[in-house]
Write a protein that binds this ligand. Structure first.
Ligand code: AMP
Length: 209
């Protein structure tokens, strides 16, 4: 089963993808995580992507398409995968169509105001990538998983969030129509709790919770 998760920054793509990964035992492929770890490790891909990621701009299509093609050709993707953060442009979707058969596209719907509240309260662990929200952890500064000091992702800074949303609407929203025309799009309102949102996805996929 090959699934795409669409949705603006802050819509919970990563959280939902992790839950789907657990339920269906297929790997979550987050292009954002992939790029951030390459940036941390200083790889060629990381060097190409760094300035774009930090500014909340899209990494050039050819760079990200190559990285995703390589990732989905790995043996752990043989029985399927969940793409979280890819494709983000029509060119990426067309390139993906040439190498993969996508069964379902789950489109997470959240308005901009709620996206901004969610992103600006996000804190991440630079060591193990665990993600937290200030509405839950208050002013706790340390990762409960590994003890490292939590940080605000560079591209989660308030100045960058609006740019990311603008780019999302310009470049990624057209994918809704692209996949709707193919009969693959399932739209899910995600302004509820994580549990409720996941239950809606499971029900839309037509499987038992
Ligand atoms: P995310 O964690 O999915 O919000 O991604 C973080 C950043 O990584 C984005 O703001 C982009 O700079 C870059 N990125 C992730 N996925 C893509 C993609 N499919 N195309 C271009 N840039 C991407």
């Amino acid at each position: 089963m090959n699934i795409i998760l669409l949705g603006p920054p802050g819509s919970g793509k990563g959280t939902m993808a992790a839950l789907i990964e657990k339920k269906f035992s297929i790997p979550q492929i987050s292009t954002g995580d992939m790029l951030r770890s390459n940036i941390r490790e200083g790889t060629e891909l990381g060097k190409k992507a760094k300035a774009f990621v930090n500014a909340g701009e899209l990494v050039p299509d050819e760079v990200i398409i190559e990285a995703v093609k390589e990732r989905i050709s790995k043996p752990d993707c043989e029985s399927g995968y969940i793409l979280d953060g890819f494709p983000r442009t029509i060119a990426q979707a067309e390139a993906l169509d040439k190498v993969a058969k996508i069964e379902t596209v789950i489109d997470l719907i959240l308005d901009d105001e709620k996206s901004i509240v969610r992103i600006s309260g996000r804190r991440v662990c630079p060591n193990c990538s665990a993600t937290y929200h200030v509405s839950i952890i208050g002013d706790e500064k340390l990762c409960s998983n590994c003890g490292a000091e939590l940080i605000i992702r560079k591209d989660d800074e308030v100045s960058t969030i609006c740019n990311r949303l603008k780019i999302y609407h310009e470049m990624t929203t057209p994918l809704e129509e692209y996949y709707r025309k193919k009969g693959l799009l399932i739209s899910i309102d995600v302004d509820g709790s994580i549990e409720d949102n996941f239950a809606k996805i499971i029900s839309a996929l037509g499987v038992n919770a």
